[in-house]
Design a protein around this ligand. Structure first.
Ligand code: ADP
Ligand code: MG
Length: 282
C-alpha cells in the first residue's frame, strides 16, 4: 500500500508578481508541475540556472504559494496561512550562502536560536542543540564565532540549526554552490548520512550532475516543467537528453558512453571513474 506522500504538489503553477508587471505574457516559473516525495526519500532536483528549481523548492515549505494547483505538505494545504507554521516545521531549508543563515555570535547559540524563539524550555534546547551539533560533526566547534568557520563548516552549522527543529524533511537549495570540491562532497555525504541515520527526507537541489549520483530519484527541471525523471542510472543513460536540458556532462559519463560505443559493456550504474575501472577489470 502506498503511504501518503510527505510532499504532494498537484498541478502547481507559479508566476512571480514582478514578472507579470514586466510583460503582457508573464513566463511561468512553474508550469503545471506534479511531484510527490515520500517519507524517507532522497530526491535530487536537478536543472540548469533558471529552470525553476528554487521556485519548486519554495513551494515545499510554503515560502511560495501556488498561483494555481495545490501543495500539500504532510497533508496540510499551503494555501491556508494557518498551516504555514506547521509546514515550515515539517520542512526545513538550507540555502546557497551560509553567511545569510548565521544569526548568533557563537556556534551553539546559533543552533539554539530558532528553538529559543519558539519558547522551547532551556533544558530541552541544550539537549537538542548538543544532538544536532553531534549529528553534523561540529560538536568540537561549539564555542567558536561562526565567522571563523570554513564555508563547509558554516553549512554544517546551518544544517544543525534546521535539524534542531526536528523536521521530517530538509531541502538543500544549492547548499554546496559556494564550496570547494571537497567540502561539496562532504556536505552531500552528510545529507545522505542524515537520510540514512534518521530517515530524514532530503531534497537536494543542484545544477551539477555529479552531485546527483547517489540519489534514489532524480527530477530534472526545464523551463518550469519536469523534463526528465528516474534513478541516476536511468537519467544518466540519456546524455543527449541531458545536453538538451542544458546540463554539463561530467567526464566519467562521457567516458562510459564512448566505451559503450566501442562495444565495451559498462553498466549504467557506473557513474564514477573508479566504478568504470572496476567494470573494465571484470
Ligand atoms: P533555478 O533555481 O532553477 O535557478 P528559479 O526557480 O530561481 O530557477 O527561477 C525560475 C524562473 O523564475 C527564472 O526565469 C527566474 O528568472 C524567475 N524568477 C526567480 N525568482 C524571481 C523573482 N523573485 N522575481 C521574478 N522572477 C523570478
Ligand atoms: Mg535556484
Amino acid at each position: 500500500m502506498q503511504q501518503t506522500p510527505l510532499i504532494d504538489l498537484q498541478s502547481v503553477s507559479y508566476t512571480y508578481a514582478s514578472q507579470s508587471k514586466e510583460s503582457a505574457h508573464p513566463a511561468l516559473a512553474l508550469n503545471d508541475v506534479s511531484l510527490q516525495a515520500q517519507q524517507g526519500e532522497y530526491l535530487v532536483l536537478l536543472g540548469h540556472n533558471g529552470s525553476g528549481k528554487s521556485t519548486l523548492a519554495r513551494q515545499c515549505n510554503a515560502l511560495l504559494i501556488p498561483t494555481s494547483g495545490r501543495a500539500l505538505i504532510a497533508g496540510l494545504d499551503s494555501a491556508e496561512s494557518a498551516n504555514w507554521r506547521a509546514i515550515r516545521e515539517t520542512v526545513g531549508m538550507i540555502f546557497q550562502n551560509p553567511d545569510n543563515q548565521i544569526i548568533a555570535t557563537v556556534v551553539e547559540d546559533d543552533v539554539a536560536w530558532a528553538l529559543a524563539v519558539r519558547g522551547v524550555p532551556a533544558l530541552e534546547i541544550k539537549e537538542r542543540v548538543a544532538w544536532a551539533m553531534q549529528a553534523v560533526g561540529i560538536a568540537h566547534l561549539r564555542g567558536m564565532p561562526p565567522g571563523k568557520l570554513s564555508g563547509g563548516q558554516k553549512q554544517r552549522l546551518a544544517i544543525a540549526g534546521v535539524l534542531a527543529l526536528r523536521p521530517q524533511c530538509i531541502i538543500a537549495d544549492e547548499a554546496t554552490a559556494q564550496l570547494d570540491p571537497l567540502s561539496r562532497q562532504e556536505i552531500v555525504a552528510l545529507l545522505h548520512q542524515l537520510n540514512q541515520d534518521f530517515g530524514l527526507t532530503v531534497i537536494q537541489v543542484t545544477h551539477l550532475l555529479e552531485e546527483a549520483a547517489l540519489a534514489q530519484r532524480i527530477v530534472v527541471m526545464e523551463q518550469g516543467k519536469i523534463g526528465m525523471e528516474g534513478t541516476p542510472a536511468q537519467v544518466f543513460a540519456d546524455l543527449e537528453q541531458l545536453r538538451a536540458l542544458k546540463l554539463a556532462i561530467p567526464e566519467p559519463l562521457e567516458l562510459a558512453a564512448r566505451l559503450r560505443r566501442a562495444g565495451v559493456r559498462i553498466s549504467p550504474a557506473a557513474l564514477t571513474v573508479e566504478a568504470i575501472a572496476q567494470e573494465l577489470l571484470q
